[in-house]
Design a protein around this ligand. Sequence first.
Ligand code: PEP
Ligand code: MG
Length: 592
Amino acid sequence: MRTRDYDAAAGPERVHKGIGVSPGVAIGPAHVVDTGFQQVPEYRITKDGVESEIARFQGAVAKSVRQVRKVRSKSATLPDTAAEDVSFLMDAHLAILRGSRLIRGVEQRIVNSLCNAEAAVQTELAQVAKQFERVEDPYLSSRVQDIRDVATRLIRNLTDRKYRAFSTLPTASVVLAEELTPADTALMDPRQISGFATLVGGPESHTAIMARSLDLPAVVGVSAEVLECRAGAMVIVDGDHGLVVVDPSPETLTAFEQRRADQAADREQLKRLAKVPAQTRDQVAMSLMANIELPREVDLANAVGADGVGLLRTEFLFMNRSDLPSEEEQYAVLRDIVVGMKGRPVTLRTIDVGGDKLAETLHHRPGTTTNPALGLRAIRLSLSEPRLLETQLAAMLRAGAHGPTRILLPMVSTVAEVRAVRATLERVARRLRRRRVAAADSLPPLGVMIEVPGAALAADALAMNCDFFAIGTNDLIMYTLAIDRGDEQVAHLFDPLHPAVLRLIQFATEAALRARIPVSVCGEVAGEPRYVPLLVGLGIRELSMAPTKLLRVKRRLLALDAMAASQRARIIMDQGDPGRIAALLDDFNDIG
Ligand code: PEP
Ligand code: MG
């Protein structure tokens, strides 16, 4: 069936290349995300609040500089004149951000008028615009548009404005945006949105992970020209090959519609495997668990027959809101998830914000530190905010009264962090008992994410101090190879088959097996059938992945000979060249 009649206003077909980060084909009318602003919050601040308001403003300036630099470096992929135009424009924006009347004026206004930064930007912009209007020089007066663009960006970054309008879009819309945060993506309803494409972002970014879990085809790293497309123009997002086609020809459209239908048929076929036990051809039993980003995925996890939740990312509790969730609120959501999993274990991870995961409600704004991925992220933030950690642990312990749970700590790098959390957990459990609040009978197992190279290398010591490991390959690869997982410019270097990464996985797995504690892999590689033989060959028996990936992984497992996989893994672990490793793995996959 054709999605829509062919559009008379359509121009010639344009194909834009990017990086496919979530598979599948989306076809629908374009919704180009407007990066402008309508309503600017205005409020007074106190004299004591001036310093933190200026710091907040500087954080927004720093974030804007990063965004503009990214757009500028992407312009290199545009045709000659377009590349020159975009980089010229972005240089002008950078010059404004690095110190201009606008930036100085906003800071003075915060100090002198005691107003919030957003209001200061707006008032200062109006002043600057008025002065420029009086200038005769057409070049100078055109600069006002640049200043307006920069001010818009600053306000957007200050308010963390969400694209709430998604819910009003026509069915099957394809969202095209400069950048989408994980929180923006969480607002997308797959019944409304069929896919998206952005200029900025990497395949292992949390936005991409969110897209995969919602089963939304997505492409990142496309050129800025994509945003010039008409609202409502027919667009195809090909998440398998990283393509965005605007105004497809009738032939192209038919070919993509056929592919989409084939993929739907394959999904139907896979459904038959939901109840089949996950074991290899030579009877090695595996546990296939679900990674959950949003509570609505519990049904999906059950529908594919997941053995439990191997990773519940609790960041969603903190997204798209201006206050922190209370213990009661967190408990209610976690309880529903535990109940929803009907007796199968649920692994609750404490909050992991920082890096590319924003929680605007926390006053530690990741955007204000120079190097957020190495800063106060994840367990470090929790330990520095005892109330935040205690509230989460109390909610988790209470959810444990409704079914089996485990508690997982992100980004651990030292044994001291685990001990500190365990002490807090015991204290919170005692407090709940004193208050006679129902909670898990005994303390749930406390596990550690192995996602920092130092943690992998110290796995023996960590294994003696915790109850299970979950290997987070997304961050492990990022920190081992020094590749920002959210940066499309280095995405081609993000290699799970780099021998350094494989050795760390092997080292941590063997430490867990020696200490007889469970070990799983819950990074994105766990959901890729290609990597399954290698992980099984290294001794992994538990994999956790987006529910949408689970049945494909099971299909691969059912055909796998675990003994042969471990022999191949031994050969692979003797290699030093990622290309050779890839060839050895792909050969193995080709023959069985
Ligand atoms: C990981 O780093 O592999 C992981 C599973 O955690 P997250 O993607 O949430 O950082
Ligand atoms: Mg991680």
